[in-house]
Ligand binder design. Sequence first.
Ligand SMILES: C[S@@+](CC[C@H](N)C(=O)[O-])C[C@H]1O[C@@H](n2cnc3c(N)ncnc32)[C@H](O)[C@@H]1O
Length: 346
Amino acid sequence: MSNIVLTNTCNLKCPYCFANEFVNRSNSEISFENYLKAKDFLTKYGEKAIGLIGGEPLLHSRFEDIVRDVIYDSRIEKCTIYTNGINCDKYLDVFSNSKIRFLVNCNSPEDIGHRNYKKLCDNLDEMVLKRYMGNRMSLGINMYKEDANYDYIIDLLKRYNFRHLRISITVPNNDSEKNFNSVEYFRKMKPSVVAFFHALDDRGIIPHYDCNKMPSCVLTDEERQFMKHLFDKIPPEMRRKDEDVDTVRCRPVIDILQDLTAIRCFGLSEISKIPISDFENAKDLHEYYLREFDAYVHNTASCKECAGCSNRKVAKCTGGCLSYKINDINEMRKKSDSLISAHLEG
Ligand SMILES: C[S@@+](CC[C@H](N)C(=O)[O-])C[C@H]1O[C@@H](n2cnc3c(N)ncnc32)[C@H](O)[C@@H]1O
């Protein structure tokens, strides 16, 4: 599923946000006309699911019109709204349609302030407990520091009787963190991730990785067995094809921006921008990103351990997000371009 970026405006300033190249930098929002073009492009190849993202997508001045358009569009079976949940009360009527799904990014009260957190909780109460929308909703968190307290999310999951949690170990959101030894980063994050996963498991909650799964090389045998035990609990239809506990892959998402350029994902936004008009449909664009970016990732290594690792050699592990290797990937793209130019000249 690919996404349309409705607006750069956000009501929060999440410290970890990887969309910070765009968010709140300008007030730009997608015009309704460009939204329609982006939707046509994404659905042309028969894709039946789209995502609406931002910024905070609910802050688009015509958000309700856009959701109504999605509801009336028979090509779309499922539309996921990425939201921080704070403004959901304004759109409960359109949200009652069963096509609409929610990925609610639940930030801690410390990060967003107690007033915003209360609004998030009131909205979840309304949507889950009063309007029974829980079966169309996933809660997610972003693990971005080693000493975070996750009690709040466990309380929310228990309150709404949710059995799954979407997790991202946050990917770099500034240049200094890119082209970085990802293994070192995962080692630093590991104690808090493992402790949190135990706390979830004790309560019967299954964590699912979204971005930046931890490579198993940083785990002890015992920790790997524990991760395998959690992985085995994920229903097969929720797992990616060919995935097992040791697989770490990072695939193109495709986010379409307001000016109808696309990016592979927010992590690679600065080097992957390209007009969608260069492509017939989203499938071709996806193939382009695979060739132009993903194809190089296993031929680079962010540290000695990755260099010698068999999971890299058999293309099973990227070592986390591609943006850790952004400079190497770019270098290899340039070399490939110069080889092609040499053939053209020769
Ligand atoms: C950029 S936000 C925009 C939508 C909405 N405002 C929200 O908070 O969900 C979209 C998604 O990006 C994810 N995200 C943001 N920063 C991230 C990072 N550094 N690493 C991984 N995921 C991140 C969040 O979990 C969220 O689901």
